[in-house]
Structures are given as structure tokens and as C-alpha cells.
Design a protein around this ligand. Structure first.
Ligand SMILES: [Zn+2]
Ligand SMILES: [Zn+2]
Length: 153
């Protein structure tokens, strides 16, 4: 599976190939050496049992969606729609807007799930079985605070 960990000192996103079972990686931007604990389930893309970054075992699932891409598309649709509207072609304008929203929804539905570590926000993508549940704000509050203490922030 593909793992993206966040550097604890500078927050840079660092992609890690779990199958290569690195014991540590170096942050590309601040040069910090980060220790990793990659379990065999993670390395073989079976399941996410332990986070390689913080060794936490609490994860949640969300749609693997880049909000920026979706937003760009809606803005593009709205702009094109506004041009038609300006020239008095109301129906075409609404049509364009509707299509933009539909395409956006279609893209959103096709995306897979990404599993995320509650503590350090590491992301896990692969063919492993999804066991985690949806995001829970209360759990996130507790675990994020715990992690902040652990990395000394
Ligand atoms: Zn860093
Ligand atoms: Zn973690």
C-alpha cells in the first residue's frame, strides 16, 4: 500500500512505499530522520493495523477526494454558466451549471476510500480491507492531543 506520513516537525507530506519496509525515512524538506514501524500487514497491503509513524491503532475512513479539484471544476462551470447568463441564454446557463455539479458528483463517487491515522494524519491507500469507521470528532480531539504531547508540541 501507499502510505503518506506527515513530518512531525515541518508537516511536509512524505510518501512511503510500505512494501519496502523502511525502518526510517528522511524528511525531504527539513532533513529530520523519522523512525517508521511497518508491520507485515501494512507491508503486504493486507490491513492497516498499526500506524508506521506513531504506532497508533485508531483510524478513520474518508473519501479520497481532493477538494481543490472539485472546487476548480464547480468554479469553471459557474464561470461558463455566467457567460451564457450574460447573453440572456438562461436555460443554457442552468444546464451548464447542472452538468458541472453532476460531473463533480460522478467523480466523487468513483473515488476510493483513504484510511487516515487519527493521531498523526498518516494516509493509507491500497487494496487492503477497510476496517476503520467514519470520522469521529470526539475521538480525533482526544487522540490528536495525545499525539501532540508525544511529539512535544
Ligand atoms: Zn520535515
Ligand atoms: Zn499515526
Amino acid at each position: 500500500m501507499e502510505v503518506v506520513v506527515q513530518c512531525p516537525s515541518c508537516d511536509a507530506a512524505l510518501p512511503v512505499k510500505a512494501s519496502e519496509k523502511h525502518n526510517e525515512i528522511q524528511c525531504g524538506s527539513c532533513r529530520k530522520i523519522i523512525a517508521l514501524t511497518i508491520t507485515s500487514s501494512v507491508a503486504t497491503d493486507t490491513s492497516v493495523d498499526t500506524c508506521p509513524m506513531c504506532t497508533g491503532q485508531d483510524f478513520y475512513i474518508r473519501k479520497d477526494f481532493d477538494p481543490k479539484v472539485g472546487l476548480t471544476f464547480v468554479i469553471l462551470g459557474a464561470t461558463v454558466s455566467a457567460v451564457f447568463y450574460y447573453f440572456g441564454m438562461d436555460l443554457t446557463a442552468y444546464g451548464v451549471l447542472a452538468v458541472a455539479v453532476l460531473v463533480d458528483l460522478a467523480v466523487y463517487r468513483r473515488l476510493g476510500d483513504v484510511t487516515i491515522c487519527y493521531r498523526c494524519h498518516a494516509e493509507f491507500r491500497g487494496r487492503f480491507e477497510r476496517m476503520a469507521e467514519g470520522f469521529d470528532l470526539h475521538t480525533a480531539d482526544i487522540l490528536e492531543a495525545e499525539y501532540a504531547k508525544q511529539v512535544g508540541r
